[in-house]
Design a binder for this molecule. Structure first.
Ligand SMILES: Cc1ncc(COP(=O)(O)O)c(C=O)c1O
Length: 347
């Protein structure tokens, strides 16, 4: 396929199947990190800009302002280049440095929120406030406000179409992460329209307040709603069957495990979703084709999730989780599955 602009490379991402031994289930990993900005968020970022332009709220040559931990910002930075817009990203020190560097490389202007925050504390409330203030002060500026913007969940209709087609119409469950809730809502609604029996599961970091649990700081980046913030208006609880929590150690150790055992580099939030999906499959709660989005890639977390020193300094290493994953995936199963056929071995 030859395309004429980078946004035409968004979507039509591949799917990787991983059989779960001793069950009739398989994980169908939708490789969203293959989008040009490296995450699932490219879809909704483009959609929010298109919707704002279409409604006339945003004019050609205008300014897009958004509070983003990185992935939405990267998607918006790409859209801004294509549509000739200026983009200002409001970030905090929680955001992965490499994501900020990508936004800057794409021409985004970066504004850090002021104030002192613990390393594992997200300054999301202050980010939102500053983004709204900047947008109200700058002529032609629009605050995208992904948490309350209907074009966020609205950006996932192609994703739904693609997975239904890739899974041959047969999906037992969808397990995804929840931050703004945009991807979960857009995807869960679409899948339930196709088949109301598809079980939809949202996974948030332990410490996030989406499902009413007590809030505390966490290290998973880009996902969950931290204490002090309010859950986004885009999140529609009625299309979510189950809301679960995953710890930082479970999420990060699973990401590391997938790299070593399946050669797949996934980000921390995806590690958490894979962990909970496997747990639910082995508990018999979900089964069949279990679709899990790889929201972004481990390439964005080489200095955190994939640094043993970084994990150790924060007491996040937990080797027992590898034993659990060995049990769920069958020790060596992924290697066997991908072993080189004998006839191809070099003489
Ligand atoms: C890596 C990652 N995981 C999960 C999420 C949460 O997705 P959503 O905001 O659609 O709930 C995000 C959002 O930025 C993200 O970047």
């Amino acid at each position: 396929m030859i395309v004429k602009k980078v946004s035409d490379l968004i979507g039509n991402t591949p799917m990787l199947s991983i059989a779960v031994p001793d069950t009739s289930s398989r994980l169908l990993l939708k490789i969203e990190k293959n989008n040009p900005g490296g995450s699932i968020k490219d879809r909704m970022a483009r959609n929010m800009v298109l919707a704002a332009l279409k409604s006339g709220r945003l004019k050609p040559g205008g300014v897009v302002v958004e509070s983003s931990s990185g992935n939405t910002g990267i998607g918006l930075a790409m859209a801004a280049v294509e549509f000739g817009l200026r983009f200002i990203a409001v970030v905090d020190h929680h955001a992965a440095q490499d994501k900020i560097a990508v936004m800057q490389a794409l021409g985004a202007e970066i504004r850090y929120v002021e104030g002192t925050y613990q390393e594992d504390e997200v300054a999301v409330v202050e980010r939102q406030r500053l983004a709204a203030e900047l947008a109200s002060q700058l002529p032609g500026a629009v605050f995208m406000n992904q948490s309350d913007n209907a074009a966020n969940p609205g950006g996932y209709s192609d994703f739904v179409r693609e997975v239904i087609s890739q899974a041959g119409g047969s999906i037992g469950a969808y397990v995804g992460c929840v931050g703004t809730g945009g991807s979960m809502t857009g995807i869960a609604r679409g899948l339930k329209l196709h088949n109301p029996d598809i079980v939809t599961v949202a996974v948030e970091p332990a410490g996030s307040i989406v499902f009413g649990q007590p809030g505390h700081p966490y290290y998973q980046s880009g996902t969950g709603t931290p204490k002090g913030d309010t859950v986004g208006l885009v999140l529609d609880y009625s299309c979510i069957d189950m809301g679960l929590q995953v710890t930082d150690s479970q999420a990060f150790e699973t990401a590391r495990y997938m790299a070593r055992n399946a050669a797949l580099l996934v980000g921390g939030s995806t590690g958490g979703v894979i962990y909970k999906a496997l747990e639910l499959i082995h508990e018999g709660v979900i089964g069949g084709n279990v679709v899990v989005p790889v929201a972004d890639g481990g390439e964005k977390y080489l200095h955190t999730v994939f640094s043993e020193d970084w994990l150790d300094e924060r007491n996040l290493l937990a080797p027992d989780i590898w034993d659990q994953l060995d049990q769920w995936l069958g020790k060596g199963h992924l290697h066997e599955h991908h072993s080189i056929p004998l006839q191809l071995s070099v003489a």
